[in-house]
Design a protein around this ligand. Sequence first.
Ligand code: C2O
Ligand code: CU
Ligand code: CU
Length: 511
Amino acid sequence: MHGAHPLPPPADTRVTLDPNSLASFVDPLPILKIAQSSGTRPSPGDSKVEIPYYRVEMRELESHVHRDLKATRVWGFGASSPGPILEARSGEPMLVEWVSALPQRHFLPVDHNLHGAEAGLPEVRSVVHLHGGRVPPQSDGYPEDWFVPGKSAFAHYPNQQEAATLWYHDHAMGINRLNSYAGLLGVYIVRNNFEEALNLPRDKYEIPLVIFDRMFDKDGQLYYPEAPVPNAPWMPEVFGNAHLVNGKLLPFLDVEPRKYRFRVLNGANGRFYHLSLGNGVFFQQIGTDQGLLPAPVPVKQLTLGPAERADVVIDFATHGGEQIILKNDVFTSIMQFRVAKSGGKDSAALPQALRPVDRIPESAAVKTRQLSIDEYRDLTGNTTLMLLNKSYWHMPVTEKPVLNTTEIWTIVNPTDDSHPIHLHLVRFQILDRRRFEPFAFQTAGELKYTGPVTPPEPGEMGWKDTVRAEPKMVTRIIARFEGYTGRYVWHCHILEHEDNEMMRPYEIVAS
Ligand code: C2O
Ligand code: CU
Ligand code: CU
């Protein structure tokens, strides 16, 4: 669960729209479009080879989030927010030109107190990162590689990785939380032959669901609060009372009584989702951040921290004629599935074995790093600063794994919050979590364990790129640092934390 912060208050109903005042399930779920390439271009890796070229514009758009609201100003990619799905195949590179056609002014409140967002810098800056992509450093969307409206950046995506649901989003230093909240995110799917041979539900029976929370003002416009208290010059967390799926508020989806595959992404700035289905329906979780699990895991409640993905199969076969609600926690409706009374034959499979995921033995690690998550508060309890390993972004790089070596990162979280920790470039496995005594750690740097070693949840037993570092727990992950040498980042994926220094560079060095 997410810990108790004194700030901010829940959505202020004097300025924000109460979504409960709107009719539920009156808009169909938007099905995200698949991006089309604009021919080919020479590969940055080998100019004699032509690879597919995509040109994707970031733009200000009008979005219809609900039947009874007027158009909402958002920022999206191409014609929509979330943007179009970029589809790739393992081993087949592509080139994406990310173009900023955004306006010169931000429509959300920029906080110039934050590092990288100082007054005097261009107000609108953006840079796109492919989350979960094994991407060379110059194409990774380094937070300081932002560019301004009228400019663009070419990204080379080699796709030398296994099938998975990745996503792309803004990563500009100091305003990432605002650009993402404005709508700069989208899904990127890597496919391969192995996965296709499993005969999982596909085509119109395979649907990405991008879920995030927002606040709207009474005019139906996005509302992002400004820092409310003089002592806390920034927003430590922002939670919306309106939940959107693929950009719609409380949508419905007509389904047939058969199996569907949903690729669920928590695209929220800071909210942890605990999803469940009505009518006794449950999820068969088949994948996590970096692709398939070894075997399907039946899940009643699906927990997803910001940036985490779950690939699930839902079988509506025995629910013909029913209306099934997807909920968050106990009371909040997210969307509705309307199951037709009858349908065609379901020829898709849900195999009992999906793919082997060999566990990396701890003995493979050449190094173990202990890294802390630090929140600082003033005397009134307001959170004033958040760091990783007591280090600011601009301090020298301290994490320098050697290319093609394996390391264990021991993440010590003495805070009351769960922090979704994400490493760029690499995939990892979760080793375990263990409760410890925060006071001894914070005062004397001593790690005193107070609970047993707990293994990852069954739905976490695959390849991950984002891990929930739970409050007052030590979370250990193991990763092989392969792919490229160069500068990357690791950070908390609560975007308000990330923008307030809970992000650090790391560098993969040649042996
Ligand atoms: Cu989702 Cu640094 O990324
Ligand atoms: Cu990332
Ligand atoms: Cu955090």
